[in-house]
Design a protein around this ligand. Structure first.
Ligand SMILES: C[S@@+](CC[C@H](N)C(=O)[O-])C[C@H]1O[C@@H](n2cnc3c(N)ncnc32)[C@H](O)[C@@H]1O
Length: 255
């Protein structure tokens, strides 16, 4: 399936089929996604307010928030990609800074394409502007918990620092959806927070910060990512590496 037909599949979901339009559930499913409660209630300051873009849409700010690890964690994702020529790659949710531009440029070397989804219209228009110079990117207004792509649409899927922001139910759905839209034999790369050992001073610095600002993140301190994955995913399919004394993790899932 080429990229155009995947987008058509998405477009089809938004077309109103006259018979089905009689069914309110169907129409609700076809509508563009609304902002999830957790995003509105916990993260307006970071992603929904126009001033949040002004403040956070800078590589050095994101790097500061990640204690100087932004470049390293971006490289970690690029290094894990196993791109064939003309691959399709999905980035689930926007990321401030240079991440998406670097990913798009990396994919361009193999004539591969990047699709980015996000649930917030303000983030969609921001990423469209930010990536205007890249000709291998498409941007989609979708919710990660119920994406509109057909099964197996992508060779690789990247989820960069999204899961810690979601309550457990949304996190489980996002992971299940990311797996569904990645083809058998494909690869998923998750980078996110992880609980550092108590011997790491970051344990004591970050715990109160996350508890205050990013309460769902502490789930990832307590439980392995595997525990949020659907039944049928085996530990042998996963490889995990920790960074910065265990504050960050990369989990690669081979399907
Ligand atoms: C990937 S996360 C955080 C990334 C990182 N902390 C950064 O520097 O931007 C932030 C993005 O996730 C998006 N997001 C949150 N919940 C989502 C959902 N259910 N579906 C799609 N996008 C979502 C937000 O709108 C926001 O643009």
């Amino acid at each position: 399936m080429n990229d155009d037909s995947r987008v058509l599949a998405q477009t089809y979901r938004y077309e109103v089929d006259e018979e089905a339009a009689e069914d309110p559930a169907y129409v609700a499913e076809m509508a563009p996604p609304s902002i999830p409660d957790y995003l509105r209630e916990t993260y307006s300051w970071a992603y929904l307010h126009p001033r949040s873009l002004w403040l956070f849409e800078r590589e050095w700010v994101v790097n500061l928030i990640l204690w100087g690890n932004m470049n390293k964690l971006t490289n970690v994702v690029l290094d894990e990609m196993q791109l064939q020529p003309s691959s399709s790659v999905l980035q689930v949710a926007c990321v401030y800074g240079n991440f998406s531009n670097r990913l798009a440029s990396h994919l361009d070397k193999t004539q591969s394409r990047l699709s980015i989804v996000d649930v917030a219209p303000i983030q969609i228009s921001n990423v469209e502007k930010k990536l205007a110079g890249q000709n291998n990117v498409s941007v989609h207004h979708q919710d990660s918990t119920a994406m509109c792509f057909v099964d197996g649409s992508f060779e690789e899927t990247v989820v960069f620092f999204l899961l810690h922001e979601q309550p457990e139910e949304a996190r489980r759905k996002t992971i299940a959806e990311a797996i569904r839209v990645t083809r058998p034999g494909g690869r998923l790369i998750f980078v996110d927070y992880h609980g550092p050992q108590r011997s790491n001073p970051m344990h004591y610095v970050m715990k109160p910060i996350l508890a205050l600002l990013e309460p769902f993140a502490l789930d990832l301190w307590r439980q392995d990512l595997l525990s949020f994955m659907p039944a049928g995913i085996n530990p042998e399919q996963l490889s995990t590496q920790l960074y910065f004394g265990g504050l960050y993790q990369k989990v690669v899932l081979d399907l």
